[in-house]
Ligand binder design. Structure first.
Ligand SMILES: [Ca+2]
Ligand SMILES: [Ca+2]
Length: 211
């Protein structure tokens, strides 16, 4: 009985801890051996997260940064090196207006972490088209990540677009065939997939088959 109570308490605690993580990624943010864990706090079932929290994973898990970014309506984070300097950038998917494009839309904001603070690298107003999901992925296997997004076409179809960092901003790179599954992007075994879920039916299509 005692064991059961402990087990229930344990499951509850773990459940609660996981509940408060909307998204997370880990990696070497500053190009050395020091690994970090980046967490977007919030409930998975809620549309937007709240805080961005960074933990150092050197000698155990230690919080080194925390900021409430709920005003940006953050819904996703990813990390990857978009400019090839060996430091990983942090991409935060936000939902907001921008001065140059004053309608509510999903936008990717790119930051660097300098050990103390998040430094904005790119908070561009938009990609080529409205998009439903994005991630950082090395499409052409040159060691540098591209922004990859599922974009809405004007006729209701969907396309995958990718963007390379060009010193001051992102420039369009490869586009997929049209009418790709559009719910979200996923990677496994270093391949990129576009996925649609319809009840029990899951449709996965490999994107950018460069072989
Ligand atoms: Ca970088
Ligand atoms: Ca690349």
């Amino acid at each position: 009985m005692f064991v059961l109570i402990i087990l229930i308490l344990f499951c509850f605690t773990i459940g609660y801890a996981l509940e408060d993580t909307k998204d997370f990624k880990s990696g070497y943010l500053m190009g050395d051996e020091d690994e970090y864990l980046v967490i977007l706090t919030g409930r998975r079932w809620q549309e937007f997260g709240r805080d961005i929290v960074i933990y150092s994973l050197v000698n155990g898990k230690k919080e080194v940064f925390r900021r409430d970014i709920s005003h940006l309506k953050p819904w996703k984070i990813d990390i990857g090196d978009v400019d090839g300097d060996g430091n990983l950038e942090i991409a935060i998917g936000v939902y907001k207006e921008s001065p140059l494009h004053p309608i509510m839309a999903k936008r990717p904001f790119i930051y660097n972490f300098n050990g103390n603070d998040l430094i904005p690298k790119w908070r561009g107003s938009r990609l080529s088209r409205p998009f439903s999901d994005f991630l950082l992925f090395d499409v052409d296997q040159d060691g540098v990540c591209e922004i990859v997004a599922i974009e809405d076409l004007a006729d209701g179809g969907h396309i995958i677009n990718s963007y390379k960092w060009k010193g001051f901003g992102f420039e369009g790179f490869l586009e997929s065939i049209e009418n790709i599954p559009f719910d979200y992007l996923d990677t496994s075994e270093n391949e990129l997939y576009a996925v649609t879920k319809n009840n029990d039916l899951v449709l996965r299509i490999r994107v950018f088959d460069l072989d």
